[in-house]
Write a protein of this length. Structure first.
Length: 132
């Protein structure tokens, strides 16, 4: 069951500015590189982590599914859409590693006959004053 408001009061993502960047990258990539259709974002608290799921019409390439991102070790060609998406996913993976989160999950699913690209991040939470 989902926690109620009293159980999550004061919980914030660890390294909140990094989480904000991860969320922006995943959501922006879904709008920029997904096929025509809505982008769905959900947040849930599970096992002490904040779970962000971003779903959009389309499919991830095999390279993304295998976490074989281009960008940090190759000459970036910023005119190439795939290169920009890979660079964003590489940043997401690096930030997850830096904060102790598991690697992001990327998968393709069929929902109601529509191909969907699904990205999931499990981000650690901390108990603190959210104004700090």
């Amino acid at each position: 069951s989902s926690p109620d408001a009293t159980e999550v009061d004061g919980l914030v993502p660890k390294y909140r500015h990094w989480f904000d960047r991860v969320a922006r990258i995943l959501i922006d990539n879904a709008f920029r590189y997904g096929t025509e259709g809505p982008v769905h974002c959900t947040f849930a608290i599970e096992d002490g982590n904040l779970r962000l799921t971003v779903r959009n019409h389309g499919a991830f390439s095999d390279a993304v599914l295998k976490h074989e991102f281009r960008g940090f070790n190759e000459r970036p060609d910023f005119a190439d859409r795939a290169m920009r998406a890979h660079l964003g996913f590489a940043i997401v993976q690096r930030l997850c590693t830096e904060c102790g989160a598991p690697p992001p999950q990327f998968c393709n699913q069929i929902e109601d006959g529509i191909s969907m690209a699904v990205a999931i991040v499990e981000w650690p939470l901390s108990q603190e004053n959210p104004t700090q």
